[in-house]
Design a protein around this ligand. Structure first.
Ligand SMILES: O=C(O)c1ccccc1NCC(=O)[C@H](O)[C@H](O)COP(=O)(O)O
Length: 218
């Protein structure tokens, strides 16, 4: 039985309820994402995220997600929530993203008819990034859309880990992992009953399907 070279990491994003945070931990996800982007229906206040952090089991990371938030807003979330990773979804540059003393992922818009991103150019633009998150939004648009993009447009020449996002569900994530072999996968809408309200059965099935893809157990 051939296996993927490593265990595909899983990030559940846009959690707003402590019970969903606890269940995500127990299902074995690697990270939960708290959204602080202003336009998001899943947006949290720093103190809400800090409180929800208490529901996390050990060995599960917190990712704080921003979209062109101010430096003060990011600093306040870092102070209160203590995320292990930041995710920047807007037009933030490398100098801004690395300015908080926390590793970061840069979200890369793959929606619209933009030209295929060049991996080398991405590394030059974001030399401090720990990795990239390729998502289905267009430039300047929010994430959490529930839409996929053409995975064949993922850039070549990437030297850093990448996370695949955008419209993943329990029904397509097996193929997404097999087709793209990402470092990790990220999901929000695909495990929801409503924006910010996660569905336990969809959460469980999503994790099972990623594990099945890793074991290549067709
Ligand atoms: O999730 C949001 O509401 C959101 C709002 C503004 C900027 C980014 C946002 N989410 C970014 C994420 O990492 C999502 O998990 C990602 O876009 C995938 O979302 P989905 O297609 O719903 O699985």
């Amino acid at each position: 039985m051939n296996r993927t070279p490593f265990r595909t990491r899983i990030k559940f994003c846009g959690l707003t309820r402590a019970g969903d945070v606890r269940l995500a931990s127990e299902l074995g996800v690697d990270a939960v994402g708290f959204v602080f982007a202003e336009k998001s229906p899943r947006r949290l206040k720093a103190e809400e995220a800090r409180a929800m952090r208490q529901a996390l089991a050990p060995l599960v990371d917190v990712v704080a997600l921003f979209m062109d938030n101010s430096q003060d807003e990011v600093r306040e979330v870092v102070r209160q929530v203590r995320p292990s990773l930041l995710q920047f979804h807007g037009d933030e540059d490398d100098a801004f993203c690395r300015g908080f003393g926390v590793q970061y992922l840069k979200a890369v818009p793959m929606g619209g008819n933009g030209s295929r991103e060049d991996g080398i150019a991405l590394h030059r633009r974001y030399p401090s990034a720990a990795g990239f998150l390729f998502d289905s939004h267009g430039g300047g648009e929010s994430g959490g859309s529930g839409r996929t993009f053409d995975w064949g447009r993922l850039p070549a020449g990437l030297q850093k880990p990448f996370v695949l996002a955008g419209g993943l569900t329990p029904d397509n994530v097996f193929q997404a992992v097999r087709d793209t072999m990402p470092w990790g996968v990220d999901v929000s809408s695909g495990i929801e009953a409503a924006p910010g309200v996660k569905d336990g059965d969809r959460m469980r099935r999503f994790v099972e399907e990623v594990r099945r893809a890793d074991c290549n157990a067709d």
